[in-house]
Design a protein around this ligand. Structure first.
Ligand SMILES: [Zn+2]
Length: 81
């Protein structure tokens, strides 16, 4: 099975897990659109070294009433990407 060396979503960087989930412009737009649609005030992942770093920051920035929605997005967005 051949593996494309560059990200197929943006063709701007090597396809690493960090790029695909956190740094890819397509992924960042997906996070932003999902948060906007659900009115979740969490920051969009971007410059964190790991998804867990973003998760801890996002959890702190999200009101308790929206934490379950944030948890769902944090699991479903990476799966979709
Ligand atoms: Zn990309």
């Amino acid at each position: 099975m051949q593996h494309h060396p560059r990200c197929l979503l943006c063709d701007q960087a090597p396809e690493t897990i960090r790029h695909l989930l956190l740094a890819c412009p397509f992924a960042r737009q997906t996070w932003h659109s999902t948060f906007a649609w659900l009115c979740i005030p969490a920051p969009v992942p971007g410059h964190e070294a790991k998804l867990m770093d973003w998760w801890l920051r996002a959890k702190d920035a999200t009101p308790l009433a929206l934490c379950k929605a944030l948890q769902s997005v944090a699991l479903l967005n990476p799966w979709m990407l």
